[in-house]
Design a protein. Sequence first.
Length: 434
Amino acid sequence: MTAKQHVQHLLDFIDKSPSPWHAVASIETAIKAFQFVRLDETAKWPLQAGGRYYVMRDDSSIVLFALGHKTPAESGFKIVGAHTDSPGLRIRPNAATTSDGIARLGVEIYGGPILATLTDRDLSLAGRVSYVDERERLAHKLVHFDRPLLRLPNLAIHMNRGVNEDGLKLHKQNELPLLLAQLTNNQLPQPYFLTLLEQAAGIGASRALSWDLAVYDTQKGAFWGANQEFYANSQIDNLASCHAGLQALLDDAVLDHTDSTLVCAFFDHEEIGSESHIGAAGSFLTDVLQRISIATSSEREDTARALAQSFLISVDMAHAYHPNFPSAYDTGHKVFVNQGPVIKSNANRRYSSESLSTARFIHWCEEAGVPYQRYSHRSDLPCGSTIGPIVSAKLGIRSVDIGCPMWAMHSIRESAGVRDHEHMIKVLKRFFID
């Protein structure tokens, strides 16, 4: 594939994945074509040498792995970690209200979105709904309103004269409910919304019990720039990293020629701290790696032996230099779009990179013919974090934090560079086959 073809594939992946639950479903579809077999956490795992497997937890986190020619105790795990969630808005349980005949949906803020970017966009809903099926059993399924459904209109400048000087400020309780519909006098908002939800999910009337619904932007991903060297979409942070890891793994040269057990671990809930049973701070990855070790060796200490020679690449997006805001960056650590993956460092361990893991990643970049950059946050600004320090500490393994540079992180419409995505796939492939 060319660099642009890689990104078109990424844009298609994001457009089919408007929520973390849809992202994992898209990943599951992709890996089934490569003979990956789904494992059930409640069953025994009959793992075979050279086998390809995956495990899902709660539909929005997934760990997939390919067993190498050697056991994990002999060659360790090579792990690429990323996250499936993005900041935004989530729908409340008793969501629908009416105000002067306009039905609105109440929302909660998920993570740290740039709220102003959600205004005047063609918004909709995607996620999953839990319901009672025709046999009176509890079930759940994905739901996706594949059309503009909601909007958060701006207040006209005539009523907000200082908006261009002071910036758009939205009251998080009162001014974020999303406009849904005009109701007639005899329509009640919550039953109206439930009917829409049940119809979109294809379930019987009055069957929906609860839901996890994310607000998403219906505008498709696109290339932009005079030379089409940039691309834009929602959820680039961090579905671009999931896609790069997946593309690196799903390569015959990688899957068929490795001694190590190769792992991709994509977690939900990173944007809210990872503290959940499906997040990076939970037991999911630990449980999977332990079960692989147990299934491939009868020695109790072999799990520790495997982890002692394992390595994690935590892949999340990085802050590209924005020429309009030069004061936001440390002058010695400006990183640029389309100039290669970024190694992220922080002395307080907000990132997991240290000198040895950084050197190893640089070596893989050089072997792959991929440029690289170094990033350190301004000392007078709070630094974000990733799953890297969390997973590295839980497993006791060496790790490096990297990512592709991007603009407008946590906007509903983010941007990045076309060449960087290809560079990331190349270096992750090199890591897997090293």
